[in-house]
Design a protein around this ligand. Sequence first.
Ligand SMILES: [Zn+2]
Ligand SMILES: [Zn+2]
Length: 384
Amino acid sequence: MRAMVLDAKWDPRPDYKVSDWEKKTGKVVTGNSVWRYPKLEVKDIPTPTIKPNEVLIQVKACGVCGSDMHFYETDKDGYILYPGLTRFPSALGHEFSGQVVEVGKEVTDLVKGDMVTAEEMVWCGHCIPCRNGYPNQCLNLEEIGFTIQGAFAEYIAVDAKLCWKLNAIRDLLGSEEKAYEAGSVVEPTSVAYNGIFERAGGFRPGAYVTVFGTGPIGLGSIALCKAAGAAKVIAFEVSAQRRELAKAMGADYVYDPTKVVPSEVVMELTEGEGADFHVEAAGAPTKTIPEMEKCLAINARIVQIGRAAQRVPMYLETFQVRHSQFFGAQGHSGNATFPNVIRLMASGLIDMTKAITARYTLEKTVEAIAKSTDRSDGKITVKP
Ligand SMILES: [Zn+2]
Ligand SMILES: [Zn+2]
């Protein structure tokens, strides 16, 4: 079958100590310290065979993620930019939907023909964090499209416990093709949902919310916050095209943060009270957190969803005086997050397909990822 495979040279930086675990598993904890000279290529690889607990999915749509862009882009020394868990060579792609075409003999709740999406995080279910209810912190994590074969491919084998049916979305949209597109946006929307509602505990209807950065995660955040009853969603984004998308997703106010002082705008729009809930989806916390700090409502919450390997200055006195809190969020598994996002889509409360701005064929996946590096699109989707 055809697939878009990333290969890179295992070449640890002189100051990076490769652990025994990394040597044994071939999995690198800090990708950009080891993987050099990435090569992305659409080529033939073996069609996967399924284990008894797995299903074989014919991929129908797969979104390009910011992390895919960080595999394509390198720093001045030729290392990938992506800082996280990785093992190569591997086919990329993890925001996907497809049709079940083969079912393993231990699988009881899926049948051939089911339309599904799947969690990207392959949590084990038996390590201590998993057993304690924290699958996003699994110690034996594999990640689809990062450490094992991804969905920029014709077929993918996935553990049935990670799959969620899209049938209800198809019933609402009345079109399988649209439902598969919606299905491919469930994963990034679930990352936003997990950060806002699960990790940070959400907000009361009527709250004022800010969203910094309106790439795919920020766009999902806007849609979710409006659906959850935010009275005002105030968004900040440097790209003009993404500012338009932010409005389309339901943001009440959208600004270019290089043209205004965000904290001043928020204080003005909230009549001096500040915003109750702040979403960091820009991955630029050294710039965004100091602004959020200056417009915290009493009992405000900040959730960090964007990724940035940086130390961020915070003035903790403000958090004490404003009775405010800060949350770090990663992942999308557990807590009914995937099924709740699917319900939101199937009820028409959110429509994330509006965020899809470009579509490519599987053979053109490398071009699709290259296009994402201009950081102006909403979601770019590859359809085999
Ligand atoms: Zn992603
Ligand atoms: Zn685990």
